[in-house]
Design a protein around this ligand. Sequence first.
Ligand code: FES
Ligand SMILES: [Fe+2]
Length: 468
Amino acid sequence: LVLQREESESEIRRRGGRTGRSVQDYLDRDSRPVPEVLRRQSHDDSLGLGDIDRTQYFSPQFHELEMERMWSRVWQMACHQDEIPNIGDATVYDIGDWSIIVVRVGSAEFKAFYNTCPHRGTRLCSEPGTYREFRCPYHAWTWTIDGKLKNIPCRWDFPQLDGDEVPLPEVHVDTWGGFVFVNFDPNAAPFSEYLGALPEHYDRWPLEDRPGSMWVGKEVACNWKGGIGAFVEGWHVVGVHPQLISFNGDGDGQYDTWPGQPNISRYIFPAAVPGTHLNYDISEQDVADEFAQCAAYFDVSLGDSWHVPEGELARTVVAARMRDMLGPAALDLDALTDSEVLDGIQYYLFPNFVPYGGVGTSLAYRFRPLGHDPNRCLFEVYVLGLQARPEPGAATRLEMRFLSDGEHFCDVKEFGVLGEVLDQDVHTLELSQLGVRSRTSRPGLKFSKYQESRLRHLHRTLDSYLGS
Ligand code: FES
Ligand SMILES: [Fe+2]
């Protein structure tokens, strides 16, 4: 079966000018009933077509404005709950001049404190670990793990504290999908409001049930928005990841932004389909074979089971193999449709969290600026398991593997071919940052209307904070 890549003018117009096959066309041929959430399509037309000011990617003044007006007021992902699986486990979330202690104080209860001593300001907690109490390393003021003052040596010398219990100052903390989020704004709106429609989208893929199985971090020489920008669109595959083009619909992704949902966006990126920019005909069998050879971080054995019968789509066959490879899982994989086990169904929660839905891609990303340098960010990849999470107490602590200078994602053998893909992204991001800082007579960046709508959406949400 050779796929016909030509399309009529009218068909292209029907898709708003996009060429290729739409995600919805592929869903029509899925082997299971397609959930309504994947049938939703939305483009917020008010995002417009304007240029983006390139200085936003490197100006120290802009960076400080982001810190003062945005990072100070948003819900941001601070850790995965498996980083602190037992009561008393604490970790540190740093961003800009903030350092926050996140501690588990109950089986499903967390608290977050400013990581600075009320006495003379010393950093209280420097590394993740299990704590019976928080004790300042300077003059030994001590608090319980839930922030109540336990002891001040020479208390008699602080008469001004009479009757004042000096608790550790708290910041708002909440959880969703197995991750812990913080907000430094005392007047922050509830997290549930901030999340908008996101939890409802995940009804079929409960993220909170999935254990954190791997966590890898790397410093990247780019602005944090550039980092997000390379992951919320997939159409750079033709330029950056040509090895993926024979089984990913690089130009056929569906990009959703919803009016009235300032904090979330989504793409659905079709897998096990011929690439939009392939310049040669490819059979459905070839697509399945290419997918099999490249299947990221799975132990794939090639064989007859990848055979695509005449008249069938590679997607159907590959989805069946994915169900075999992913199982046994806590989720009923047989109830999930092909798209849910195959496609990149990816969400973005402004500003720092990029989790996948479905079960085909078991990842979540986080990007955040490092210190006061707009040209550097920390990029982290969380891999989530599909087995049931062990009870708290039985779980081992999820620890970050930090890739130092000279180490690459492909050095993490568990990533399989994904490692190379991530390294390609990092390389491109650093080139992009170099270029965006270079002087030019053209200050504006020209984002695309549709495939970069999620990046336009990020900028608009950011603007809404900076303008006020
Ligand atoms: S600075 Fe913390 S006890 Fe003195
Ligand atoms: Fe990429």
